[in-house]
Design a protein around this ligand. Structure first.
Ligand code: SAM
Length: 470
């Protein structure tokens, strides 16, 4: 029975509730009065329920769809300004005991070489990432208790934080590893991780069981309840996601919002981020084998509707998507993107001889080009990692976001970290454009005192100081 406060996956992601939601949304897809009333509520910027948001996703009335896109853009600007946070994935190991049918790392795939980085190789990857300019990583690993035990992940995090190469430093490590125990989540928290990210892949239990036929990931309940264990272990920034293409997107959309509602109801804080990956071609994987692929228009509408439904949740898009799709998605609510990514084990430091990549990357531009492209569109690339280092996680971050004080805090941090990037890593063209942007953006900091401090600190960064933050 549907109960967002229950700790049982079958209750907070209740199949009956999702099916009723979809029926109701479909029956009302051209109900102008209802859709307008939902949009009026959304204008208050306090979010929508999964039922309300599902009606917006279904809406077939052109002028109301325009209103949805416009509102998504406005909400993004209100809560996140024009900043886009930058990150890169770091693949540690592709050893995996699971049988996920969409993933090339599945245990039965004998074509790909299996590889796990040594601590020395991790340090080399981190130096290469620092040389590009990254400050924030998401580490990725297959699930393999023998090859990639939690001790290996913890040691790797320590290595990553310890590498100080030239002016570089990785200041935030987010972690995307398989569902684990409260004890292990506690250890990850103690290791100083930022967000714990785990994609649900699909919220449809029946499909989930078929798509994950073997290995520990087959356990739908254990996987779906992972975020509750992470929170019990003290991690209060968690990142949700589904892999679009596996199941009906409407089902996933309602499911992910119900998951967010559950976290809010039980822990008092919703997800820190939502990711929106789509299945990609990979070794042994043909995305056409999955029946539920979504076109770009549907994909963009999902992004806009998530933005409206959970205004305080960051939204992440990776290099799985092309430059043009990413460009459109940025206007509809994305707040975090990867750039210059390699999805293979050892891909940053080495010329790839053996291909261990997890999936094909659509946006292959180097980070400098991505940064310049953002600036050209009027977005401020941010290498900020301040919040969790200042203890602003979970509900403390949400409070900051809700009060819209982010302009006096996040914008300054974005400008100062962009300045570091421009001096240490940017091409002359990017530097020129970035400096002009910083000069413009400083003027928009609302608080006089903060504005003055930022000016002063930008001067100190030019003289060689680093790592200022509010
Ligand atoms: N092994 C961990 C787990 O099972 O949760 C996480 C790491 S895995 C490297 C990260 C994510 O990549 C998965 O959660 C899945 O959504 C995504 N992924 C797997 N195969 C993919 C494909 N063919 N195309 C796009 N994304 C894929």
């Amino acid at each position: 029975m549907y109960d967002p406060r229950s700790m049982a996956a079958d209750d907070f992601i209740d199949d009956g509730e999702i099916r009723e939601t979809l029926e109701w949304a479909s029956a009302n897809k051209d109900n102008r009065a209802l859709i307008e009333s939902i949009l009026d509520k959304a204008e208050l910027r306090k979010g929508l329920s999964h039922r309300e948001a599902s009606v917006l996703l279904e809406c077939t009335i052109p002028d109301l769809n325009e209103r949805i896109y416009k509102l998504a853009n406005e909400i993004k600007n209100d809560f996140y300004g024009n900043r886009i946070v930058m990150f890169a994935p770091l693949y540690l190991s592709n050893y995996c005991v699971n049988g996920c049918v969409y993933c090339p790392y599945h245990a039965k795939n004998k074509h790909i070489p299996r590889r796990k980085l040594t601590q020395g190789e991790i340090a080399a990857e981190v130096e290469a990432l620092q040389d590009i300019g990254h400050k924030r990583l998401a580490i990725e690993a297959g699930e393999d208790p023998v090859n990639n035990p939690i001790e290996y992940i913890l040691e790797s995090i320590k290595t990553i934080y310890s590498v100080k190469h030239r002016n570089g430093a990785i200041r935030r490590v987010n972690v995307n590893i398989a569902a684990t125990t409260v004890e292990n989540y506690r250890a990850l928290k103690e290791a100083g991780i930022g967000t714990y990210i785990l994609f649900q892949e699909t919220y449809n239990k029946e499909s989930y069981l078929k798509l994950h036929p073997t290995g520990p990931k087959h356990d739908y309940d254990y996987h779906t309840e992972a975020m509750d264990r992470a929170m019990e272990g003290g991690i209060d920034d968690v990142g949700l996601g589904v892999l679009f293409g596996l199941e009906l997107y409407r089902y996933e959309f309602a499911g992910i919002l119900m998951h967010a509602e559950h976290l809010e109801a039980v822990h008092g804080v919703g997800p820190h981020t939502i990711s929106v990956p789509r299945v990609k071609r990979a070794d042994d994987i043909n995305p056409d084998d999955f029946d539920n692929g979504i076109d770009d228009e549907t994909f963009l509408k999902i992004i806009a509707c998530i933005r409206i439904a959970v205004p305080y949740t960051g939204m992440i898009i990776s290099t799985r998507e092309s430059k043009s799709v990413r460009e459109r998605a940025l206007h509809l609510g994305i707040s975090q993107i990867s750039g210059g990514s390699k999805t293979s084990v050892g891909g940053y430091a080495e010329d790839e001889e053996e291909d261990t990549s997890q999936f094909e990357v659509s946006d292959q531009r180097p980070l400098d080009e991505v940064v310049r492209w953002l600036i050209d569109m009027g977005y401020t690339p941010s290498f900020c990692t301040a919040c969790y280092r200042e203890g602003r996680t979970g509900d403390r971050f949400m409070a900051l976001c809700k009060s819209q004080q982010i302009q006096n805090c996040c914008l300054p941090n974005a400008l100062m970290t962009l300045k570091e990037y421009l001096i240490d890593y940017a091409s002359p063209e990017t530097k020129e454009k970035g400096d002009a942007m910083i000069a413009r953006e400083i003027e928009t900091i609302p608080n006089d005192k903060v504005r003055e401090i930022v000016r002063e600190r930008i001067g100190l960064i030019e003289k060689g100081e680093r790592d200022f933050r509010f």
